[in-house]
Design a protein around this ligand. Structure first.
Ligand SMILES: [Zn+2]
Length: 424
């Protein structure tokens, strides 16, 4: 069994290529697909066991428990301490067909959970991309390099397996809106490299370079508009003009990317490891605030709202690390509502008790040589596929199988209503 995972992460730092080798020894933990959930434990915020009974005591949270019994559904609705049992025969039950819109699943219209099997406490892959190429170099050992062809293949695989892109904002804000039966996937791109996105001048007009990941996504979106067009690019402004190197000014590059609907996130000013010895509050404020400040000078009015940790590293000094979430540098405030790690596990959903906004797991993209725990590995992992997030198609409800109910932190549901059902 595997007792450790080794990841080799190649990054750009101040114009030099630096190879960073991360070896995580996990002597007591066997990394299996189930172990990924356990990995979250190191950063978890675990409350006491929350039971359905506790939930029923809430005045603000309604719970619907749908059970399938001899082909007739019994709907138990609990709201404001009152339980109402509705026989399915007294109410229309509408089965949701594949791809039907969420408008059809508003309150009052019930979907057949045993067919759709929604699990809105399930895991979500946040994929981490770095560099793209048209062809792998001979003897390629860079695990963070993917060809545009393989990238397109990944888009296809995700699409066929009923994953749809959601933005980082919607993930963080608990606003995932997908049709019933579909699963979210989030894309992230680190380091602002030109193979992710760049512009070329064509007959006096700036266009997206066709040899980039964004161009592949735009083409894919034309064929499959329902896949979505979302992604967050984590940049370090200390790189200056080499960010998304190509034609156009920095402002024109960001303008194009943001107008296409993509998001910009903070990756520190100079790609500094936050596990650096003697790191201080002042250094963190400069790394995050200066990046926001310089970005604001180029693209006014845009606030980055999430951070990707360079090398996935973080200091053990929690007092200092509190500065990751908000701070100020030279009069400019920054705020990060989620901090992305470098990793190998899909993330839990933000209302899962194990969610830690200070260390959100990401899955690396597949490269030339498929590796355990890359995104393709997960998409072919039965355990993950059975516990992935599956939408019920209704944004006002959170539907979970009874057996994962205890993972839901009711306080994080906001005004969404929790519904449980028995898995078949
Ligand atoms: Zn990086």
């Amino acid at each position: 069994m595997i007792k450790y995972v080794a990841g080799i992460c190649r990054h750009y730092l101040k114009g030099h290529t630096r190879v960073f080798i991360m070896i995580l020894s996990i002597s007591t933990l066997l990394i299996t697909s189930a172990g990924c959930s356990s990995l979250n434990d190191s950063n978890e915020i675990i409350g006491n066991n929350t039971t359905t009974n506790q939930s029923k005591e809430s005045d603000t949270q309604g719970i619907i428990d749908q059970q399938n019994d001899n082909n007739s559904s019994i709907i138990k609705e609990t709201k404001n301490n009152q339980e109402v049992i509705l026989d399915s025969s007294s109410k229309d039950i509408e089965g949701i067909k594949e791809g039907s819109s969420s408008e059809n699943t508003n309150d009052g219209i019930l979907i057949d959970y045993t067919t759709i099997q929604p699990n809105e406490a399930g895991d979500i892959p946040i994929v981490m991309f770095h560099k793209f190429t048209d062809k792998y170099p001979e003897g390629n050992k860079d695990e963070y390099l993917i060809t545009l062809e393989d990238f397109e293949g990944l888009l296809n695989e995700l699409y066929v397996k009923k994953f749809r892109l959601v933005s980082m904002q919607d993930f963080i804000n608990n606003e995932i809106e997908l049709s019933a039966g579909y699963s979210p996937v989030v894309f992230t791109f680190d380091d602002g490299v030109s193979s992710q996105f760049s512009l070329v001048s064509h007959e006096g007009e700036l266009q997206v370079n066709p040899e980039t990941a964004v161009a592949i996504m735009l083409e894919f979106n034309k064929k499959h508009p329902d896949f979505g067009l979302e992604g967050t690019f984590y940049i370090e402004m200390g790189k200056g003009e080499s960010t998304f190197a190509g034609d156009g000014s920095l402002n024109e590059r960001f303008d194009k990317l943001i107008n296409l609907g993509f998001e910009i996130g903070n990756h520190t000013w100079s790609h500094l490891s936050l596990a650096t010895k003697n790191i201080s509050e002042a250094i963190i404020k400069e790394q995050l605030g200066r990046n926001q400040l310089e970005f604001s000078k180029i693209y006014d009015g845009y606030k980055m709202s999430s951070l990707a940790l360079p090398y996935g590293e973080i200091s053990k000094n929690e007092g200092i690390m509190a500065q990751l979430f908000e701070g100020e540098y030279n009069g400019v405030k920054y705020e990060n509502r989620a901090v992305m790690a470098v990793g190998w596990c899909p993330s839990v959903v933000p209302w899962n008790k194990k969610y830690n906004s200070g260390y959100v797991n990401r899955v690396r993209a597949t490269s030339m040589i498929p590796a355990d725990y890359d995104i393709s590995w997960w998409l072919n992992n039965k355990d993950f596929m059975s516990r992935r997030f599956v939408s019920d198609g209704n944004k006002s409800t959170v539907v979970v199988p009874e057996d994962v109910m205890e993972m839901v932190d009711l306080e994080r549901l906001g005004d969404k209503r929790l519904i449980t059902y028995k898995r078949q």
